[in-house]
Design a protein around this ligand. Structure first.
Ligand code: HAM
Length: 418
């Protein structure tokens, strides 16, 4: 066992699996770029208060899972457990909301939650997220969902499911809250649950204890308290999703883990991932920006868990064939060949070919073994004869077939790309 180990519950990606990480991450970002979202790169730590105010004190994320510490200046700092609050802080601080609306940004990076580690649930995990801030427009809700849905489809995933619901507008939520609190009053709840219910009574729908699940069976559902405007808004979102060919089911009991949600909310789940089946989720947040000291602008976004999407791709075996490979692995035999190869490979790399070399004077057998392990598409042995004749054999590793090629960069590229 090595002397040092990674902290408990963190996800790490090293070769060869890091290739999957990179591919999935980039595939999740690609449709966001196509839809006009720009990169926002933010600190991984912020003032603790930002998350307390932004994410909400009734949530597990804030009450139990934050990595909070005092820095050397005595400030309370928290490693970001999610991305939306930080984006809001930056948008307000840098006046992005005073320019063209909606502000459309995407982010990618590590997030931190002190959860009990298990498969698919880590203390450092990775998200790709997007936020569209400025308008409360059903077309934007549908766009945000489309970005996630099309990324999953591009990754070859077939079995994921989209669940949506709406938390309506403030009036609808207020009407429902009165009825729900009345209902909860009659239940024999413990003190902690009562306190949570006071901050956000919807949290009780998310309680995993069997007796609470049973007690909540008949609880009034928000979706039945929507006023006309909220209802029409949700109908519009659903009809756009249908017109875009995005399948969904309605889950009126969905409770997201963060308190800022209003309006359209959604989760993508993958049935092959066991208990940690949420591969991404998000929704609209009407009051967040205002609550954090900015204008009263609505926004919507999502966070997708890269770690879990990788697991979904592995479960469905959907991307192994799509991963980029080395085009060519060169095996030089002898010092002259090594020098020749170094020059050739630099020219090939500049021309855009992914090329590696058998370093370490391993001879033919060792070099070919390395070529095999490199998973390159072609191998090329270079010895004295090849240098003299300026011709070599490009060996297609999958079949063993050889293609004779002049050893100029352009001829090699032509043969490989054929
Ligand atoms: P969230 O649902 O808390 O939302 O997280 C989004 C995704 O991150 C989850 O669906 C899951 O795939 C992944 N995830 C969360 N916790 C873990 C963990 N401990 N280990 C591995 N993966 C995890 C948010 O974070 C919101 N900020 C999303 C959002 C953006 N809403 C509006 N805009």
């Amino acid at each position: 066992m090595s002397k040092y180990q990674a902290p408990k519950g963190v996800s790490e990606y090293f070769p060869p699996r890091s290739k999957l990480f990179e591919y999935v991450r980039d595939a999740l970002i690609a449709p966001a770029k196509l839809a006009g979202y720009s990169l926002i790169e933010l600190p991984v730590f912020e003032d603790t208060e930002l998350f307390e105010r932004g994410v909400g004190e009734s949530t597990d994320v804030v009450s139990k899972e934050m990595y909070t510490f005092e820095d050397r200046g005595g400030r309370s700092i928290t490693l970001r457990p999610e991305g939306t609050a930080g984006v809001m802080r930056s948008v307000i601080e840098n006046n992005l909301d005073r320019g063209q609306l909606p502000v459309k940004v995407y982010y990618v990076g590590p997030f931190f939650r002190a959860e009990k580690p298990q498969a698919g649930r880590y203390r450092q995990f990775y998200q790709v997220g997007i936020e569209a801030i400025g308008y409360n427009d059903p077309e934007i809700d549908a766009e945000v969902i489309w970005v996630a849905d099309s990324a999953f489809k591009k990754l070859g995933l077939k079995k994921f499911e989209l669940q949506i619901t709406t938390l309506g507008d403030a009036k609808s939520r207020a009407a429902h809250r009165i009825e729900l609190l009345k209902y909860l009053d009659k239940l024999p709840l413990d003190e902690a649950s009562r306190t949570r219910a006071k901050i956000n009574p919807l949290r009780l729908f998310d309680d995993k204890r069997p007796e609470v699940i049973a007690a909540m069976q008949e609880a009034p559902l928000l979706i039945n308290y929507l006023n006309d405007e909220s209802m029409q808004n949700f109908e519009k979102v659903k009809s756009i999703l249908t017109s875009l060919g995005i399948a969904y089911s309605i889950n009126p009991k969905m409770v997201r883990g963060l308190d800022y949600y209003t309006g359209t909310t959604f989760e993508f789940v993958h049935p092959m991932l066991g208990a940690q089946s949420g591969i991404g989720g998000g929704g609209r947040y009407d009051g967040l920006m205002n609550q954090l000291g900015g204008q009263d602008l609505s926004g919507i976004g999502f966070g997708i868990g890269i770690d879990r999407v990788i697991m979904a791709c592995e479960a469905e075996d959907s991307i192994q064939n799509l991963l980029p490979k080395l085009d060519l692995f060169i095996v030089p035999i002898g010092q002259a060949a090594k020098e020749y190869a170094v020059k050739l490979l630099s020219q090939l790399r500049i021309a855009g070919l992914a090329v590696d070399l058998a370093y370490g004077d391993r001879g033919l057998k060792g070099g070919m073994k390395a070529a095999d392990k490199s998973d390159a598409t072609f191998a090329l042995v270079i010895g004295d004869d090849e240098i003299k004749n300026e011709v070599g054999q490009l060996k297609l590793m999958s079949s063993g077939e050889s293609i004779s090629s002049t050893l100029t960069p352009s001829a090699i590229i032509k043969s490989i790309r054929k």
